[in-house]
Design a protein around this ligand. Structure first.
Ligand SMILES: Nc1ncnc2c1ncn2[C@@H]1O[C@H](COP(=O)(O)OP(=O)(O)OP(=O)(O)O)[C@@H](O)[C@H]1O
Ligand SMILES: [Mg+2]
Length: 112
């Protein structure tokens, strides 16, 4: 199993969730986060002078999926979270050792 952690633009979450649902990927955790990438936030100009927003509002989407489904999920995220502009986000993929469904105590892929 793999954990896919995607940092995306907040406005992209709704459509992406729809598309993931339609492909049968329903389980996910989302959180509002703040972050920065290579551009270190964003530089803004205002009448009172220039200033920098150090951290930008993003959404973190976490999904644990079977190994065989990881690429399909990554592909969907890239397709529906992309604008082509800086700040589209990032996807981190890690191995997952175990999953337990608390209600039934099922383990492994059957519990995802
Ligand atoms: N190396 C990193 N580690 C952890 N989180 C990161 C990292 N890089 C980016 N992020 C998270 O992803 C968000 C979006 O990053 P962003 O898309 O701006 O990456 P980037 O490397 O600057 O690429 P781009 O040049 O396309 O903007 C950041 O606000 C931050 O939350
Ligand atoms: Mg960036």
């Amino acid at each position: 199993m793999k954990k896919i952690e995607a940092i995306i633009r907040p406005e992209k979450l709704h459509l992406l969730r729809d598309k993931l649902d339609k492909k049968g990927f329903s389980g996910m955790t989302v959180s509002e986060v703040k972050g920065r990438g290579r551009q270190k936030g964003i530089a803004l100009q205002w009448r009172a002078g220039d200033y920098r927003v150090e951290f930008l509002q993003k959404m973190k989407l976490e999904m644990v999926v079977e190994d065989k489904d990881a690429e399909a999920v990554i592909e969907l995220i890239c397709e529906y979270a992309q604008t082509g502009e800086a700040g589209d986000g990032k996807i981190f993929v890690c191995p997952v050792e175990e999953v337990v469904r608390v209600r039934t105590r099922e383990r492994g892929c059957g519990a995802v």
